[in-house]
Write a new protein. Structure first.
Lengths: 267, 263
């Protein structure tokens, strides 16, 4: 640190900085002080909580898998090709980052709802209704989470030294083999970071899921939806807080996992 | 918009001439406001059960025309959500719920004045236009090929729906538990679900998008709507006047027009 050069920061900056810390810390402290620690084990073991947790893990991990399968190729295309309109494509796929999730949910409904052309084919042909199905919840989560993966992986690809890929090319490795054997290992840290970010986002997804997939325990009612239903619906505030605590714990775990990336610069 | 001054004058005349209770006259645009009109000043916020959306919005026009300078803002949601919000200190002046037990939570917490019943409603099955799945009653909802959406059991209409299904001896696994009646109905409007149990008034308000299948009286449940002044209200006079209007004034007339039954 350059404390020696700058000395103590002026009070005019220290005070708002302290307010900022409190602003984030106080709600979290509030949450923790309201946890019924004595009943926590029973709450965590309850069917409702376990159902929501299991569903949330399933949906969010599947959403990350979907995001990787389609997001990594897209990131590669955006980073390595000279495709015309690349900027526009990037803007489009990054849009869910800033789009209110409920808009995403409504948009998904208008594209994949049962009475839409695609929805009708799925329903008449395969008997599948995406809304109200776990697949619908996964889609909603993937929709909001996959930009995190794409931009992180694309950034990783841009930072990776293209020299290795060029050497591989001169040694006769075909593009497909080059991608798997050279590029992918090079961007592994970005891929892991992007997957973790996407996972965190998918796990917290609420708006798109409840609008597109509905809310039913075990099928579409993930942890955030269950927390909301407990808090706003049945008034089981304790359960809502327990569910929130689980989400908080997972978020902290992800943050710790990514500490080198985000917290590594501090002393 | 008409000049409100003239409007108010006409309204008073009309009231003197006709008296209250012009239920049959559906053509006259806005009959009288009641004697409490003078107290409808300033602005109030009314928290109302989602099923009241259309009727209360209709009433808003009449109230604001008849009472210059008065404005009402609504927040519509599931009754249980509104109750939670008020318990958490949401700034409401009036609350109207779709059942007595949610209101009871506020009464016993001392957060509202004495509730008054102002409307009744019944349940109906909402289906797609033309009833393509040929649903004739609650028993059909047990068919696994029919996708049914209900309101969450914590929502009054969700609780009533389950009571009705129990009365009919029908067991249904819904595809989704929605947190208010309008989002329950929306799943049928959008075509994602085949049927939903909602209020009769919700179906008539959305009659361009859905059809209704009547639930016979012996299986049906009557929803009783109470309304009360929130004790923390900063505008007690207007809040009380709105409650009065819901029981026997402009708001009551708007409710009857939308198919609600008088208390």
């Amino acid at each position: 640190m350059k404390k020696g050069v700058f000395g103590r920061p002026p009070l005019g900056l220290l005070v708002p900085a302290a307010v900022a810390v409190l602003f984030i810390a106080l709600p979290l402290i509030g949450l923790l002080t309201h946890v019924a620690w004595r009943d926590l084990a029973a709450e965590l073991g309850s069917d409702e909580v376990r159902t929501a947790l299991r569903l949330s893990l399933e949906c969010s991990l599947l959403a990350v898998v979907v995001a990787i399968i389609i997001g990594v190729p897209l990131a590669y295309v955006l980073a390595r090709s000279n495709l015309p309109g690349k900027g526009l494509i990037r803007a489009l796929v990054v849009l869910p980052l800033v789009l209110p999730p409920v808009v995403g949910g409504i948009a998904l409904q208008t594209a994949f709802g049962r009475s839409t052309p695609i929805g009708r084919v799925l329903y008449d042909g395969f008997g599948v209704t995406l809304p109200f199905s776990t697949a619908g919840a996964v889609m909603a989560e993937a929709f909001v989470a996959f930009p995190f993966l794409v931009i992180t992986v694309e950034a990783g690809l841009r930072q990776a030294d293209p020299g290795y890929e060029e050497v591989a090319a001169t040694l006769g490795a075909r593009p497909w083999r080059r991608f798997w054997r050279v590029t992918l290992p090079l961007i592994k840290p970005s891929l892991l970071a992007g997957a973790a970010l996407a996972w965190a986002r998918a796990l917290g997804e609420f708006g798109a899921t409840i609008t597109f997939a509905g809310s039913f325990p075990g099928t579409t009612q993930t942890l955030p939806l269950a927390a909301y239903a407990a808090f706003e619906g049945s008034g089981e505030v304790e359960r809502a807080i327990t569910l929130s605590l689980i989400l908080l714990a997972i978020s902290v775990a992800i943050l710790v996992g990514l500490r080198d990336r985000w917290l590594g610069t501090s002393t | 918009m008409l000049k409100t001054g003239h409007r108010a004058g006409l309204a008073v005349l009309a009231m003197l001439a006709l008296g209250v209770g012009a239920c049959g006259s559906s053509t006259s645009s806005s009959p009288a406001s009641t004697g409490s009109a003078s107290k409808l000043t300033g602005s109030i916020t009314v928290f109302a059960a989602a099923s009241l959306t259309e009727a209360f919005k209709d009433a808003q026009k009449t109230l604001e025309q008849n009472n210059p300078g008065f404005t009402v803002t609504y927040s519509f949601a599931g009754s249980q959500q509104l109750v939670t919000n008020i318990q958490n200190g949401a700034p409401a002046d009036v609350i109207a719920t779709a059942d007595l037990s949610t209101m009871q939570k506020l009464t016993s917490a001392g957060l509202v004045g004495t509730p008054q019943v102002f409307a009744r409603n019944t349940l109906e099955i909402a289906v797609a236009k033309g009833n393509p799945k040929h649903i004739t009653g609650l028993a059909d909802l047990a068919n696994p090929a029919i996708s049914v959406v209900l309101a969450d059991p914590s929502v009054p209409v969700g609780k009533f729906s389950r009571e009705a299904l129990a009365k009919a001896g029908v067991s249904v696994t819904p595809k989704s538990n929605e947190l208010d009646v309008k989002s329950t109905l929306q799943k049928v409007e959008s075509g994602d679900a085949d049927a939903a149990i909602v209020y009769t008034t919700d179906i008539s308000s959305a009659s361009d998008k859905v059809d209704g299948v009547v639930i016979p009286e012996n299986q049906n449940v009557i929803a009783v709507y109470p309304i009360a002044v929130v004790k923390a209200s900063q505008n007690q006079a207007a809040a009380a006047a709105f409650v009065q209007s819901a029981v026997s004034g402009d708001v009551q007339r708007a409710l009857l027009k939308r198919g609600f039954k008088a208390p």
